[in-house]
Design a binder for this molecule. Structure first.
Ligand SMILES: Nc1ncnc2c1ncn2[C@@H]1O[C@H](COP(=O)(O)OP(=O)(O)O)[C@@H](O)[C@H]1O
Ligand SMILES: [Mg+2]
Length: 270
């Protein structure tokens, strides 16, 4: 297993990268005890065409880390930088698929997919053209006037991917986007996402609790300790691309990655 070298945070090559420096996050509720969610996080991730997975037990702060990068939560201590710009408010360089959220139920599939373009101020004709292209890419042509309740779980997730990726941002954050789906649908979606990512060449930061999914998709895996989350390891995934998620178990090097990571994830469990 190859552990990725952390680069010094002030390195000249770090401009386009995503950086967390000395980040702590404590949630303070009006009532009750403060909840420490992330301990001291020093992490530098490549900001160009990389697929990065965050993995760790429930409650270790994975979603919190994405929210800090999206700018919808602020760190209690430390700084977050996204491609050379300090994140102090809503980060407009990213797109974001929040955990457990699907398409807006009151909008048709087409309106959902066009929404980021509408927010960006594009005209109706250009929106329609790009939405048609994306409906094709996620194989949902013919369903554009359906509402989310009229789609299967997998179709809705493909719609969510289109809505996240249509805005063409350099970084996409995806928080357990395939969470509650059956294993077969997940595999199909994983393959689909990899195909889109190969075309887009953006950076994806992907949260999952499924180690095989993390290995199948990623260039780098960031492993978190149980809450309050600390980073245990950043591991490179040297498997060749393009990858076939169905046969990832058969790739040379799969076991050498899987076994120590699985042990690391199980270590602190009761
Ligand atoms: N808005 C919030 N207010 C208070 N506590 C929170 C809030 N969001 C998350 N937490 C707590 O912070 C910890 C980390 O949460 P989260 O980032 O959602 O973990 P993960 O995504 O790894 O499961 C958990 O203990 C959770 O209960
Ligand atoms: Mg979460």
């Amino acid at each position: 297993m190859e552990v990725a070298e952390g680069r010094p945070a002030d390195s000249a090559t770090a401009r386009g990268n995503i950086r967390f420096e000395g980040v702590r996050k404590v949630y303070r509720e009006a009532r009750g005890e403060p909840v420490p969610a992330l301990e001291r996080i020093d992490l530098e991730l490549p900001g160009d065409h990389s697929f990065i997975s965050l993995i760790g037990p429930s409650g270790c702060g994975k979603s919190t880390l994405l929210k800090l990068l999206a700018g919808i939560e602020q760190p209690t201590e430390g700084t977050v930088t996204c491609r050379g710009q300090r994140v102090t408010g809503i980060n407009t360089r990213i797109s974001y698929v929040p955990q457990g959220k699907g398409l807006f139920p009151w909008m048709t599939l087409r309106d959902n997919i066009e929404l980021p373009l509408k927010i960006a101020g594009l005209g109706a004709a250009e929106r329609a053209r790009r939405a048609d292209e994306w409906l094709g890419l996620v194989e949902l042509r013919g369903f554009e006037n359906h509402f989310p309740r009229q789609l299967s779980g997998g179709m809705e997730k493909r719609g969510s991917l289109a809505r996240a990726l249509i805005a063409d941002r350099p970084v996409s954050l995806m928080d357990e986007p395939f969470g509650p789906l059956d294993a077969q649908t997940r595999l199909t979606l994983q393959q689909h996402l990899l195909g889109l990512w190969e075309k887009l060449r953006n950076t994806v930061v992907f949260v999952t609790h499924d180690l095989v999914e993390a290995i199948a998709l990623s260039d780098l895996i960031v492993v978190f300790s149980p809450r309050p989350g600390r980073i245990l390891e950043v591991v490179k995934v040297p498997l060749p691309r393009p990858r076939d998620v169905l046969t990832v178990y058969d790739y040379e090097g799969f076991n050498a990655l899987y076994k120590p990571l699985q042990r690391m994830l199980l270590r602190d469990r009761a």
